[in-house]
Design a protein. Structure first.
Length: 167
């Protein structure tokens, strides 16, 4: 196999994280980004980019917002587990953000922006870690910004699919 393809296939978690951090920053342009939020969002995108839907060690990515609705919204009235709420919010960030154009054909992504905000807000209330509480609270407030920025990153990746930088 030639070295170009070896490089493309050999993306580790650090490379995936750097890819998304750099692309979030580049796409934001002059828009000021909070460093911890940027790293957090990039880590979500990198995680789901490298996690199989068949993963049994953690909660894998759902297939779409319908599955997110069924798994995190429909049957979870009164949910008070910070970790589950954060995972639900991250799945919404992935689908209503990075896959926004595709999801908008079948779902009201603006409504999911509100649901994601709510999940992060609830997660911030239930977590005992003060630093994480502050991050999740800020993510709640900036959730629509991040979904739109992730959508823009996705569009950039599609438009420039032959010029992707991994490092």
């Amino acid at each position: 196999m030639d070295s170009l393809f070896e490089e493309l296939f050999a993306v580790d978690s650090s490379g995936a994280l750097n890819f998304f951090v750099n692309n979030l920053r580049d796409t934001a342009g002059n828009e000021p980004l909070k460093e911890d939020e940027t790293l957090y969002v990039a880590s979500i995108l990198a995680h789901y980019a490298q996690t199989s839907r068949a993963d049994t060690m953690s909660i894998p990515s759902m297939a779409n917002l319908s599955e997110v609705f069924d798994g995190f919204i429909l049957h979870t009235n009164g949910l008070s587990d910070a970790e589950i709420l954060e995972i639900g919010g991250s799945q919404i960030l992935l689908f209503a953000g990075f896959f926004r154009d595709q999801m908008a054909r079948r779902h009201n992504v603006k409504w999911y922006d509100q649901v994601g905000q709510s999940m992060y807000e609830k997660a911030s209330h239930y977590t005992s870690d003060l630093k994480k509480r502050a991050l999740l609270d800020r993510m709640s407030g900036s959730f629509p910004f991040w979904t739109h920025l992730c959508c823009d990153v996705s569009r950039q990746c599609r438009d420039n699919r032959l010029i992707l930088r991994v490092n």
